[in-house]
Design a protein around this ligand. Structure first.
Ligand SMILES: Cc1ncc(COP(=O)(O)O)c(C=O)c1O
Length: 386
């Protein structure tokens, strides 16, 4: 049941979630029928005709337009990449940073974001970390800003405890203090509405294998096209404003594309891009706000049931600060993961407990089955912080 959409109908599109209690959407999505159909269409076309490449590339542009609409931006501001890590590295290396400049990040944020910037230490760039707390907003970063601070990079939603940080206030701070703002939305996208322009991001990076419902190997990068000074560290023909018609490279005609295509390299992961088009249609049909509201409701139910059991929640409890769909429960993974596996419940081990992550297909029944599996064994077992 959902107050927001027909979750039973949605659930039928994800056969895997009928075979187990799937509470691991933050790890990877189960495949939905329309997504599988898009990949199968690509395979069929390649198999039978060696591929109508122009049709395939038209689909890439249609998907780009859908991604842009989804993020509140224009299609010429969207590049396809391989994954979040590649998007964050492209962003980090496009920023005009010099020896002695500094970038602010959150300690304990996702390593695929952190390493992209830590790697700039080789160029003399300093990375300064603020502590991770339940509430991170503009005021958390402000004290560390000095005359050599050039950028802030952070996750919108944390993978390890489900914080949902106030990126709008951090974006406003970056506008006020003239910093670049880079946001990793990998855990947020597809569940939490994102308006990249309203947030004031310079770059937004993500992969697609969680809330965007497609298999691994496809990433996204939003680039604010008014920041024309941000140029790609890598170059291929498609990155150029003026691709030579005879395909003979010319050292004197290397201006980057005026679009986010400047950050794209070579051929695309076509089946995944086509699959993303189908996934975005599904998400838009339901409405990302509805998915968010549904997950919040399930989260409220989970928290209430954990309270009854006396099992703690590791991350934020308040809707204002928590992600709708990521909850870490205070049961040590080393002791509990096998028990969940044995009982057909898919969850992830995390730093401070067991991560339950929700998708558009989950129901209150899934939560109740999880709780039954905990209580079946629960009495007398250690919990992390109850
Ligand atoms: C916040 C965040 N960033 C990035 C990633 C993954 O990076 P990539 O898409 O490069 O595999 C994850 C999880 O897999 C994540 O939770």
């Amino acid at each position: 049941m959902s107050r927001h959409y027909d979750v039973d109908a949605v659930r039928k599109e994800f056969p895997a979630v009928e075979r187990m209690v799937y509470l691991d959407a933050g790890f990877q999505t189960p495949l939905a029928r329309p997504v599988k159909a898009a990949i199968e269409q690509f395979l069929r076309e390649g198999f039978e005709t060696a591929g109508p490449k122009s049709v395939w590339l038209d689909r890439v542009e249609q998907t780009r337009a859908k991604v842009a609409r989804f993020l509140g931006v224009t299609a010429d501001e969207i590049a396809f990449t391989k994954n979040t890590s590649e998007s964050m590295n492209i962003a980090a290396n496009a920023l005009p940073l010099r020896d002695g400049d500094n970038v602010l990040m959150i300690h304990g944020d996702h390593p695929n974001n952190a390493y992209a910037f830590l790697n700039l230490q080789r160029r003399g760039v300093e990375v300064r970390f603020i502590p991770m707390t339940e509430v991170v907003n503009a005021e958390s970063f402000r004290p560390l800003i000095d005359e050599r601070t050039r950028a802030i990079s952070m996750s919108h939603v944390t993978f390890h405890a489900g914080h949902r940080f106030d990126i709008a206030s951090v974006g406003a701070l970056c506008a006020e203090t003239k910093l670049y703002f880079v946001v990793d939305v990998m855990q947020a996208i597809g569940v939490v509405p994102i308006d990249a322009r309203a947030v004031g991001a310079s770059f937004v990076g993500s992969g697609s294998h969680k809330g965007l419902l497609v298999p691994q190997g496809l990433g996204l990068l939003y680039w604010d096209k008014s920041l024309n000074e941000l140029e790609p560290a890598y170059l291929a023909a498609a990155s150029l404003a003026d691709i030579p018609g005879d395909l003979i490279a010319r050292p004197d005609r290397m201006a980057p594309s005026p679009t986010a295509g400047r950050f794209e390299l070579g051929n695309f992961n076509l089946p995944a891009v086509h699959a993303l088009g189908a996934a975005l249609d599904m998400i838009e049909q339901i409405g990302v706000e509805n998915i968010q509201s549904h997950c919040f409701d399930l989260g409220d139910h989970l928290i209430a049931r954990l309270d009854e059991l006396g099992v703690s929640l590791v991350g934020p409890r308040d809707r204002k600060h928590r992600a709708p769909h990521i909850y870490v429960i205070g049961l040590p993974a080393s002791d509990w993961l096998g028990h969940f596996e044995d009982n057909g419940v898919r969850v992830s081990p995390e730093r401070d407990g067991i991560r339950v992550s929700l998708g558009m297909f989950n129901t209150a029944d899934d939560i109740d089955r999880l709780i039954d599996v905990i209580s079946k064994r629960g009495q007398g077992r250690p919990s992390v912080a109850a």
